[in-house]
Ligand binder design. Structure first.
Ligand code: SAH
Length: 366
């Protein structure tokens, strides 16, 4: 990290990493907190404007470091207030980030990979193949950009508009573990975004070994994309199930919240007409969740060009929900947001090159 190297992008460095960076340059550790605040609380990318650093240090940083977010190439606003950004990365790939305003809170949905390797049959991202993992700077960069563009909650306010972050955009976050954890550490860091671990939700298709590691290293809220209650159907819909079948997956969910009495796993369940939306499926779900402290999010399927499924009818959704409610399971039907700008769940596509279309086989894909 000397003068001869390309400038280091400080955007993705968490506190210990930034402290190490300053130590290497003969600076004290508290510089890390100062710079974190400038970057993530003030949204400042110009070292010369970081006025509590000496002129000498500002000049040095301008040479050896940079604060370089992805570039916004499209910014679309839905009728319902949902906003979607297409962000271009340095290698020409791009990913999508979505902001969903709700009463009393604002949720930012971010991506963790360019594309996805998992081949879930109902997901638009999968149709486009997989390109690569995002770096932690590219993951945090999405938060940095959205936070800056959304401004503050009213004039004179310091209150951020983003109150919650979900890793539910493009990609499987647990297959990009290290960068995702580094990025989430910055989201929780007091000198950066200061979010509590409960306000960050990582959604996974069920990479079992990584669920245990996540609990150890960064115990954020967990959402599981379940979508089926038997292995035969889940093998088809979410092919990684062939590697980590339901029995193991449910055990892993139980372990994740074990020992934290107030925690529950959010179970995401897409309702696909005629595929997984019968009352029997709902009853099977009740049985499956018996040992897992959980709440259920029912997601009406969002169509996209070339997608082969239909959304369940309102009656089928209601019937499914009432079976769960009667069994005492907290159940919410997720409202579809931002459909008019292709910002709804499963509709994120991005634009990328070097894609490798995955075959139906899961062997060796991860
Ligand atoms: N790979 C992770 C993160 C992506 S999250 C995971 O699988 O959880 C994206 C969420 O949107 C998941 O719950 C996913 O199953 C859901 N989803 C994907 N395609 C969808 C579609 N067409 N309609 C509704 N939800 C969809």
């Amino acid at each position: 990290m000397g003068f001869v190297n390309a400038p280091v992008n400080l955007l993705g460095l968490n506190r210990p990493q930034l402290e190490a960076f300053f130590a290497e340059h003969g600076e004290k550790a508290f510089r890390a907190s100062q710079v974190l605040k400038w970057i993530h609380q003030q949204g400042e990318s110009d070292f010369q404007k970081m006025t509590n650093l000496s002129k000498g240090l500002r000049d040095k940083l301008s040479v050896v470091a940079t604060v370089r977010p992805p570039e916004v190439i499209a910014d679309r606003l839905s009728e319902d207030g949902t906003r979607k950004w297409l962000l271009q990365l340095e290698d020409g790939n791009s990913v999508e980030t979505v902001f969903i305003p709700e009463k009393g809170r604002g949720t930012l949905c971010i991506s963790s990979q360019v594309g996805c390797s998992l081949n879930c049959t109902f997901c638009n991202t999968a149709q486009h193949g997989y390109s690569r993992n995002l770096s932690s700077a590219e993951i945090v960069g999405q938060v940095w950009i959205a936070d800056r563009l959304l401004g503050r909650e009213g004039p004179g306010s310091h209150q951020r508009v983003i109150t919650n972050i979900v890793l539910m955009g493009m990609g499987e976050p647990l297959l990009n573990f290290d960068s995702v954890v580094s990025a989430m550490e910055l989201m929780m860091e007091d000198f950066a975004y200061g979010l509590s671990r409960r306000r960050i939700t990582l959604s996974t298709s069920g990479v079992v070994p990584m669920m245990d590691r996540l609990k150890e290293l960064c115990h954020v809220s967990l959402a599981l994309s379940l979508h089926a209650t038997n292995n035969e159907l889940r093998d088809q819909l979410v092919p990684i199930n062939r590697k980590y079948p339901l029995e193991e997956l449910m055990e892993a969910c139980r372990r994740y919240v074990d020992g934290s009495p107030r925690s529950r796993v959010t179970i995401e369940y897409i309702l696909l007409d005629g595929v997984n939306d019968r009352a029997e499926d709902a009853s099977a779900l009740v049985v499956l969740l018996r040992r897992v402290p959980s709440k259920v999010n029912l997601i009406p399927y969002n169509p996209y060009p070339g997608g082969g499924y239909r959304r369940s009818s309102a009656e089928a959704i209601e019937r499914f929900r009432s079976v769960l409610i009667r069994a005492g399971i907290t159940t919410v039907t997720r409202k579809t947001r931002g459909e008019d700008i292709e910002a709804a769940c499963g509709q994120l596509a991005g634009q990328f090159k070097d894609r490798t279309r995955r075959s139906g086989s899961v062997d060796g894909s991860y």
